[in-house]
Design a binder for this molecule. Structure first.
Ligand code: FES
Length: 155
């Protein structure tokens, strides 16, 4: 998706070009493009008069932001200790096999990005998988297909 300067400027204007709104502006841009395109960050830098390096600093500090194009859906497999002992790595392998990618990558059709996390804070219901904002508790290898199908269907 190409970055439209006017569109980005409009998103910035929504916050009256306030420097303190940087995180909200970045969230809006990420929602629009599914990641933070460098061209958009340059526009933000100019408009808010914040050095580009500082914007990259914020963008890389928060896990919610990504500088790489992401798939339409983000799958996060928990590999924290509690989820690990209950089969987290096997579940991750199954997602990798089904999507033909490794953790940290995006499927060729741009549908799914796959990531891991160290703990989601809900260890009692592990192994946990999160797709976008949907939590899947006590996940098993057998549930992987239906999880993927459910999210393709939602589109
Ligand atoms: S270890 Fe997976 S939620 Fe805590």
């Amino acid at each position: 998706m190409e970055v439209e300067e006017l569109k980005v400027k409009k998103q910035i204007k929504k916050y009256d070009n306030e420097k303190k709104a940087l995180i909200s502006i970045l969230q809006d841009i990420q929602e629009e493009y599914n990641y933070l395109p460098p061209e958009a960050l340059k526009i933000v830098s100019k408009s808010l008069d914040i050095p580009l390096i500082d914007i990259f600093g914020v963008a890389t500090f928060y896990r919610a932001f990504t500088l790489e194009p992401r798939g339409k859906h983000l799958i996060t497999v928990c590999l924290g200790t509690a989820c690990h002992v209950r089969g987290g790595p096997k579940i991750l392998e199954e997602f990798e096999r089904k999507l033909n990618i490794e953790a940290g990558e995006t499927s060729k059709d741009g549908q799914f990005s796959l990531e891991t996390v160290a703990c989601l804070g809900c260890c009692a219901i592990g192994p946990v998988v999160v797709v976008d904002s949907d939590y899947y508790a006590q996940t098993t290898i057998r549930k992987v297909s239906s999880i993927l199908k459910k999210h393709i269907k939602k589109d």
